[in-house]
Design a protein around this ligand. Structure first.
Ligand code: NCD
Length: 433
């Protein structure tokens, strides 16, 4: 592999530096005049972040390759600045066996755009009745540590308790999709003034909060780790804050769309805004933003949920919930944390890379460059803007709620073990360099 010399990048907290990469690892940082035959990347004016890490990606393979594949989804990840993604288990078949998680990991390796860490299902078929082969998935070549029935809540408390006790034995964790199903039967959007006006059945905030409160108690009782997926309400934040203050072993993520959009969007009846958990109220958005800045919410996770046209271009009630996220997450995070002029890149690196890597146990990711670390980084232009054109996204699907919007910050380059997956803002093989 040829060496790589990144010139004049703004390293978070360390000012402008050159970074020399050899054999996929950082060899030297400082003022480096030349380095033999190294490929030189001019990073003047660009911020170098540790490669982004997504705790929550739906890659749809196996089973729904019409919506996304591991190949297309990881290209979208690379374009968004990601070097690692955690692939959720709600594929067809469900990732509830060693065979399926190994297949997903192998597809990720073959594609080569980002490291793919499969998430194993907690229960067989995500049905919430019987524990999946958690031990076999943990011991498999995919080395699964995080388990989730995402899309479904592990609502049965005894199943949740057993799953927690099990994963604790090998340092694993359960990522909970917090939704008490009895409280959300038939739900179509956030329950509140807007759902009442539109006459759509509501998904009340308490359905999320009740499960988060219960699982905080179960985490404390068992001593096991719980991670809360896509936290969407102000009261959920309160519960997590209190739990952390008591020392409970819990972490939480928020999705970009919950940091920007509200249930007012449902007035359009455009199913692109239908998502689970639903878009909430302005007051929730404000609290989530504050909690992310503060660190009560540990990480941004995309919940990238690609859907084929027939599942989205239909009436609201028939549409599947979910929206694309990988290619817009960094821009939306920057917007939500005060905009590009105010961007605190250290906090952004913490919430989008370092902390999610730590939660998922991905040791080669989420690391600021220093000699010896794997060269997994992204170079972003903090001053640039771009317009979201669905047809130009790398994802196979088109269900982005940001179509036509002008967003701050562009991803100029992404490097996975020193190899460019994105260069000059384009998937590397499409560049002329
Ligand atoms: C997810 C999907 O499409 O897989 N959709 C979503 O709106 N987040 C699963 C889910 O949580 O319903």
């Amino acid at each position: 592999m040829t060496d790589l010399l990144i010139k004049s990048a703004d390293l978070v907290g360390r000012g402008r530096q050159d970074v020399l990469v050899r054999d996929g690892r950082v060899a030297e940082i400082g003022s480096i005049a030349k380095a033999g035959s190294a490929t030189v990347v001019d990073a003047d004016g660009l911020v170098l972040l540790p490669g982004l890490v997504d705790l929550h990606t739906h890659l749809r393979e196996p089973g729904r390759e019409d919506a996304e594949t591991v190949h297309s989804g990881t290209r979208a990840a690379a374009k968004g600045g990601y070097t690692a993604v955690c692939a959720m288990a709600n594929s067809y078949p469900v990732a509830d066996t060693a065979g399926v998680v190994e297949q997903v990991a192998a597809l990720g390796k073959a594609a080569g755009y980002a490291d793919v860490q499969p998430v194993g299902a907690v229960s067989v078929g995500l049905e919430g009745r019987q524990l999946a082969e958690i031990g076999a998935m943990a011991r498999s070549a995919a080395a699964v540590r995080m388990f989730s029935d995402d899309g479904h809540c592990v609502s049965d408390p005894i199943l949740m308790r057993r799953a927690l006790e099990y994963v604790k034995t090998f340092g694993g964790l359960i990522a909970q999709h917090a939704e008490e199903p009895r409280l959300t039967e038939g739900a179509q959007m956030n329950e509140g003034a807007v759902s009442a006006e539109l006459g759509l059945p509501g998904w009340p905030a308490v359905a999320e909060e009740a499960i988060i409160a219960r699982d905080v108690l179960l985490a404390e009782y068992t001593g096991a780790r719980v991670h809360f997926c896509h936290v969407s309400t102000a009261r959920s934040v309160d519960i997590i804050r209190e739990a952390k203050a008591r020392g409970a072993n819990v972490t939480a993520e928020v999705c970009p769309h919950h940091l920007l959009l509200t249930d007012e969007a449902a007035r359009t009846y455009d199913p692109v805004y239908k998502v689970n958990p639903p878009l909430r109220r302005e007051a929730d958005v404000a609290v989530l933003r504050g909690a992310l800045a503060e660190g009560v919410i540990d990480a941004v996770a995309t919940d990238h949920a690609p859907h084929a046209p027939q599942d989205k271009d239909c009436e609201w009630a028939a549409a599947r919930p979910g929206m694309l996220g990988l290619e817009t997450a960094l821009s939306i995070t920057v917007l939500a944390l005060g905009g590009p002029a105010e961007a605190d890149w250290d906090t952004i690196a913490e919430r989008t890379s370092r902390t999610p890597a730590r939660i998922a146990g991905l040791e080669a990711h989420g690391r600021d460059p220093k000699p010896g670390t794997e060269a997994n980084f992204t170079l972003v232009d903090p001053a640039a803007t771009w317009t979201v054109v669905p047809g130009e996204l790398a994802s196979l699907s088109r269900n982005t709620p940001y179509a036509g919007m002008e967003l701050p910050v562009t991803v100029q380059a992404t490097f996975l073990r020193g190899r460019a997956t994105v260069l000059n803002g384009k998937i590397a093989e499409e560049t002329t360099e």
